[in-house]
Design a protein around this ligand. Structure first.
Ligand code: SF4
Length: 184
């Protein structure tokens, strides 16, 4: 795996786990290869599976709005998921599927070398910090395995409940100052 474009091609053709049997398109992720910010969700959903692009359904629209609210576009960040193919019926990815897929994410993180990793939702957080509940960790900084992680609720949760929406919006507003302080 030499560069991010090579990784995307490998992901699109990957058959390393059974999710390859039911996907329409693998979803490698997209955005700015030199971004200071990576946003990482759990897995593609049906819109993402159909389009091959991350976060393009209702959750994706909210994510785009949140980014715009802090002066960023999707082209300023890199957006991806822990696993790159949709689990059938949006079930949780299995530990084996996560293990099979994780080398792609590790390589993406290594090459982008972001200042801040924003985990979207509890499954993404638990990939990096398995024993940390999102109810306590959201909106805080976690230093784990050499990464600086900023856990937030998933946009889908924010669409379901107004209190998550308000919290997610407030926590996005802190991202520019966090980046500034981390770059000092
Ligand atoms: S989920 Fe990951 S490991 Fe499984 S087929 Fe898709 S790209 Fe390959």
């Amino acid at each position: 795996m030499k560069n991010l474009t090579d990784i995307s091609e490998l992901i699109k053709n990957c058959t390393n786990c059974e999710l390859s049997l039911t996907r329409t398109n693998a979803v490698p992720g997209e955005g700015f290869f030199q971004s200071k910010i990576m946003l990482i969700g759990e897995a593609p959903g049906s819109f993402e599976d159909n389009s091959g692009k991350p976060f393009v359904g209702a959750s994706g629209k909210l994510l785009t709005k949140l980014l715009n609210s802090i002066g960023l576009s999707r082209d300023d960040v890199f957006i991806t998921n822990i696993v790159k193919c949709r689990p059938p019926n949006n079930r949780d990815p299995s530990p084996n599927e996560i293990n099979q897929c994780s080398p792609y994410l590790s390589k993406q993180i290594e090459l982008i070398n972001p200042t801040l990793i924003i985990t979207l939702g509890r499954h993404s957080l638990s990939y990096f910090a398995p024993k940390t509940p999102i109810s306590k960790a959201h909106g805080t900084i976690i230093n784990q395995s050499g990464y600086t992680i900023y856990p937030t609720y998933h946009p889908a949760a924010a669409l379901r409940q107004i209190r998550f929406h308000e919290t997610l919006s407030e926590e996005f507003q802190r991202i520019p100052s966090l980046i500034k302080s981390l770059n000092k």
